[in-house]
Design a protein around this ligand. Structure first.
Ligand SMILES: *[C@@H]1O[C@H](CO)[C@@H](O)[C@H](O)[C@H]1NC(C)=O
Ligand SMILES: *[C@@H]1O[C@H](CO)[C@@H](O)[C@H](O)[C@H]1NC(C)=O
Ligand SMILES: *[C@@H]1O[C@H](CO)[C@@H](O)[C@H](O)[C@H]1NC(C)=O
Ligand SMILES: *[C@@H]1O[C@H](CO)[C@@H](O)[C@H](O)[C@H]1NC(C)=O
Ligand SMILES: *[C@@H]1O[C@H](CO)[C@@H](O)[C@H](O)[C@H]1NC(C)=O
Length: 508
C-alpha cells in the first residue's frame, strides 16, 4: 500500500479501478525477454531479432504492444544512426520504446518512427530540443517523469509537429503526457498549443504552490482532458474558473496538497467520475464544506487525512451517483452524521441515497456506525469496518445482528479485525463473537410493549407473592423483608444500563 499510493495513477490502478486501468492502456513488462520467430514479410527487411540492437536492449516480441526495452542500461547516449536504421527498416515495429532509468540528459529531434508509447522517465533530462517529437507521428503516450525538466526548457515549441507549407502541425495523437517529479513551478500559457488532443496530464510532485494565471491558461485550454493529476504540488487552492475549460474531465487527483476547503471550481466539473482528495488538511466535511452537486461522481477517496474529524449532515447528499467511497486511515475521524448521505426529496417521507456498492471505513476512530446512514445496507457489497474502536453496547447491536453477518457472508476476510474496543471487559473481542446483552432487546426495536410486558409480569408476580408470603410465613416476616431487599439491590445493578435505555424511549 505504501509503495505506490503517493503518485496517483498507481494508486487508482492498485485499487483495481478497472475502468481507469482500461482507459490508460497500462503496459505490463514481463521479466523474461524470450523471442518468437518474427513474421516474414515479402520485402527484404532487416531481421530485427538477429540485429545488434536486440543484444543492446531487450526486444520483446511476444508482448502487446511489442516493445524495445532499453531500460536500466545506464545509457548516456541515444540510439546511434545505425540502430535507428534497424528500427526504421526492420521487419518488426515496436509500438513501445522504453528508455526508463538511464542517464540520458537531453532529447534530440528523434528520427521518424511510428512509436506510440515513449518512456523516458528516471533519466537526467534537463534539456529538450525544439520539435523533438515532430517525426513521431503516432505518438500517444509520452512519459517524461522523474527528470530535471524546468519551466524554462518546457516551451510550447518542444511539442510542435512537422512544418507544413503554412504552419507547424500539431501532435494530434498525443493523448497522455506525464511530467511528474520534475522541477516545474509553473507552465507556459501556450504550452499545449501543439498538443490539443491531450486527455491525460500528470503534474504530480512538482512544487507549484499556486496555479498561476499562465499555468491556469495552459491547463484550462485542454478541452479534451479526461484525467488531471495535481497531487503533491503544495497547492492550497485552485483558481475559481480553473475547470471551466476541461468540461470532459473525468478523473481529478488532488492528493498530498494543503487543501482544507473544497475548491469552488469543483462544481464546474459536471462530468467528474473519480475524485481523489487523500492526504490533505481537511478537518471536516460539514456546514459549508459539503460536496457540491456532482451527478456523475462514482468514486471518492478521502483517506490519509491527519486532521479529519467529522463528516457532517448532507456531506455527500449531492453525490447521488456515488458507488465507491474510501474514507480510511483518518486517525481522528470519529463522527459520521447519520444524514451524511441522505437527501430530502419532494416527498417529505422519502429520502434518497447514493447507490453505494463499496464503502471503506477502515483505520479510523469510529465507535458507532449509524444505522440510518443508508436504507439499503444489503446493496453494499464491500464494507470494510476493520481497525476502528467500536463500542459494543446496545447502540451498535444491529451491527452485530445484521451488518457483520452480511460482511461475513460476502467478504469473510473483512470480519476478523472488526473488534470491540469498549467497554473494557470486551476489548479486542471480535464483533462477530460478541452477543449483545439480552437487556438490549428491550430497547427501541422491540418497542415498549416488550418492556411493559416484563413490568406487568413483575408486578403481578409481586402482587401474588406478597399475600402468599405474608400468609404462609407470617412467623418469618422479618427474614422475608431482608431477602427481598437484597434481591432488589442486585437487580438494580444489573438493570442500570437498561434503565438508561428505557428512559431514551420516553423522549421519542
Ligand atoms: C554508468 O556509466 C558510467 C559511465 O558512463 C559509470 O561511471 C557508472 O559506474 C555506470 N553505472 C552503473 C550502475 O553501471
Ligand atoms: C447517474 O448515472 C446515470 C448513468 O450515467 C445517469 O443516467 C443518471 O442521470 C445519473 N444520476 C444522476 C442523479 O445524475
Ligand atoms: C478517538 O475518539 C475518542 C473518543 O471517542 C477520543 O477520546 C480520542 O482522542 C480520539 N482519538 C484521536 C486520535 O483523535
Ligand atoms: C430535510 O427534511 C427534514 C425534515 O423534513 C428537515 O428537518 C431538514 O432540514 C431537511 N434538510 C434539508 C437539507 O433541506
Ligand atoms: C461466518 O461465515 C462462516 C463461513 O461462511 C460460517 O461458518 C459462520 O457460521 C459465519 N458466522 C456467523 C456468525 O454468521
Amino acid at each position: 500500500m505504501s509503495i505506490n499510493w503517493k503518485c496517483t495513477f498507481l494508486l487508482l490502478t492498485a485499487l483495481l479501478w478497472t475502468e481507469l486501468a482500461k482507459a490508460q492502456n497500462t503496459t505490463v513488462l514481463p521479466e523474461n525477454n524470450s523471442t518468437t520467430a518474427a513474421p516474414t514479410t515479402p520485402e527484404p527487411r532487416i531481421i530485427v531479432k538477429d540485429s545488434d540492437l536486440c543484444k543492446k536492449c531487450n526486444c520483446l516480441f511476444d508482448v502487446e504492444p511489442k516493445e524495445l526495452d532499453c531500460s536500466g542500461k545506464n545509457l548516456t547516449d541515444w540510439l546511434t544512426t545505425d540502430e535507428w536504421n534497424i528500427l526504421q527498416k526492420g521487419d518488426v515495429t515496436f509500438e513501445t520504446l522504453n528508455f526508463k532509468n538511464n542517464s540520458l540528459k537531453t532529447i534530440p529531434v528523434l528520427p521518424m518512427y511510428p512509436v506510440k508509447y515513449l518512456y523516458l522517465s528516471d533519466n537526467q533530462i534537463d534539456n529538450i530540443t525544439i520539435g523533438a517529437f515532430q517525426y513521431l507521428n503516432v505518438l500517444h503516450t509520452l512519459d517524461l517523469s522523474h527528470n530535471k525538466i524546468t519551466a524554462k526548457v518546457l516551451v510550447p515549441d518542444v511539442f510542435r509537429g512537422q512544418y507544413d507549407p503554412k504552419a507547424y502541425l500539431p501532435l494530434n495523437n498525443l493523448k497522455e503526457l506525464n511530467l511528474g517529479y520534475n522541477d516545474l513551478h509553473s507552465l507556459d500559457a501556450d504550452l499545449f498549443e501543439h498538443a490539443p488532443a491531450l486527455e491525460t496530464l500528470i503534474l504530480c510532485q512538482n512544487s507549484f504552490q499556486v496555479i498561476d494565471k499562465l499555468s491556469e491558461t495552459a491547463i484550462s485550454g485542454l478541452f479534451h482532458m479526461k484525467t488531471l493529476d495535481l497531487s503533491y504540488m503544495e497547492l492550497e487552492e485552485l483558481p475559481q474558473s480553473f475547470l471551466n475549460g476541461p468540461r470532459e474531465l473525468e478523473t481529478l487527483i488532488l492528493s498530498g496538497n494543503e487543501f482544507d476547503e473544497l475548491p469552488e471550481t469543483l462544481k464546474l466539473a459536471k462530468n467528474l467520475r473519480q475524485l481523489v482528495l487523500d492526504d490533505n488538511l481537511f478537518e471536516e466535511f460539514n456546514g459549508e464544506e459539503i460536496f457540491p452537486l456532482l451527478p456523475n461522481l462514482r468514486y471518492l477517496s478521502i483517506s490519509y487525512m491527519p486532521e479529519l474529524k467529522r463528516i457532517g449532515k448532507n456531506a455527500f447528499s449531492d453525490l447521488q451517483n456515488l458507488t465507491t467511497l474510501i474514507a480510511s486511515s483518518n486517525p481522528k475521524l470519529s463522527y459520521i452524521d447519520e444524514e451524511a448521505f441522505s437527501k430530502n426529496t419532494t416527498n417529505p417521507l422519502i429520502l434518497s441515497y447514493p447507490p453505494m456498492h463499496e464503502l471503506y471505513l477502515h483505520n479510523n476512530n469510529l465507535t458507532i456506525l449509524p444505522r440510518e446512514l443508508f436504507e439499503r445496507w444489503d446493496n453494499i457489497q464491500m464494507l470494510d469496518l476493520r481497525f476502528n474502536p467500536w463500542v459494543c453496547d446496545c447502540s451498535n447491536k444491529w451491527l452485530v445482528e445484521s451488518i457483520i453477518v452480511q460482511v461475513n457472508a460476502t467478504t469473510p476476510n473483512l470480519v476478523t479485525n472488526v473488534e470491540c474496543n469498549s467497554p473494557a471487559d470486551l476489548k479486542s473481542v471480535p464483533i462477530i463473537d460478541y452477543e449483545p446483552k439480552s437487556s438490549c432487546y428491550k430497547g427501541k426495536n422491540e418497542g415498549t410493549s416488550g418492556s411493559s410486558l416484563v413490568l406487568i409480569g413483575l408486578l403481578v408476580g409481586i402482587l401474588i407473592s406478597i399475600p402468599i408470603a405474608i400468609g404462609g410465613f407470617a412467623l418469618y416476616r422479618r427474614g422475608y423483608f431482608n431477602w427481598l431487599r437484597r434481591g432488589n439491590s442486585r437487580n438494580d445493578n444489573r438493570n442500570m444500563y437498561d434503565r438508561a435505555n428505557f428512559s431514551d424511549d420516553f423522549h421519542i
